[in-house]
Design a protein around this ligand. Sequence first.
Ligand SMILES: [Zn+2]
Length: 432
Amino acid sequence: MKVFDFKKIKEYSIFIWLIIITIIAILSSAIYRQNTADQNIKLKETLDNIYLKKTLVEITNNLQPRYSTINYTSKSGDTYQSIIDSLDITKKEKQIILNSILINKSLKILNINQKFFFKFDNLLNQKIIEFKIETDKKNEIVFFRTENSEKLQSKKIKKNYTKKLVYKETVITDSLYNSAINLGINANVIIEFARLYGFQVDFQRDIWKEDSFQIIYEEFINEKNEIVDTGDIIFANLNLQNTDLQLYRFEYNKNKIDFFDENGKSIKKTLMKTPINGARLSSSYGKRKHPILGYTKMHTGTDFAAPTGTPIMASGDGKVTKAGWCGGGGNCVKIKHNSKYQTIYAHMSKFGRGIKKGVRVKQGQIIGYVGSTGMSTGPHLHYEVIENGKKVNSQKLKLPSGKVLKGEERKRFEVSKIKIDVLKSDLITKTN
Ligand SMILES: [Zn+2]
């Protein structure tokens, strides 16, 4: 028997080479790793150098962009003055801007949700070089500076948007908000939907698993087929425990728009049932405790559990009679609506802008934000209604509805309602 079988070694040579190559690869990568580790340590040492650090900070601080822009959407309580005052520009320039707005006839009234855009040149003394104000969803006014002029020029611009009507429907599985978000409905639309139903629905107690909703609303699409904005809700139906709560948008008089049920009754009431952003209310569907069990005998109001900072609205028009500390109620607001009704909102984290004793408020205006001040175990709104001096259950209150359409208005409403119903069935056919 031979000790060395050269023939065999030749046969295995391929494997021997493979082993050699693998060893070389492992060794070289280990050396490379060691090298990069060394380099990293060196780089870190250099960066830790205090002088270099200072220089870097200085360089980046000086790297402010030449142009900057601000986008703003008007909120309740805003004025042109308050919006302009919040800009970081000189007093003189603020005045020039304000004057240009005030002489423009199409901007006479500042609405809620109006969009503002400002563009600044940070190298100039008079920083503002352009600003835009949306007059409606399809039009905006652009103001710009012309050379050697103290005044700003303005131009009306039509936005190149197409309006599209969208129909969505779903069964509520976990929460109204999540179910709507899952359908791709914009958050603004959901909040508006909750606000409209806030007159008749207590979002924390009235909605049950398997309830459903339908909605038709406007979307604005640009040339690239992207959704740029959402518009109005045209129709909605909330089906709660097999009862339909329908609402139809209707212009009953020139520029006077409201939502009505199928019988032509305005959905608006003197007081709202949910005086809080209903879309943000928390509730555990199905598994929740019976609402009555959640109350102690002495509980004279309704609690709405919501995250700290959730806006609280005035449930009706009225005058603020208190905005301050109420002991166990923490930061609270009291509103007198008329000779019959008063409402109280407790445990707020902070008050709304300009909310103090003696101030008049509009229904839906933000008067404060959810908190847990006073005797409270967690962030919630404690809401009370006082009727003729006595505390009553706000959720059982039967309030007369607002406007009821009659005569000529009712006839036009019926026509508009049929049109919306036809539109709805068209959109449903298209969706399926
Ligand atoms: Zn309470």
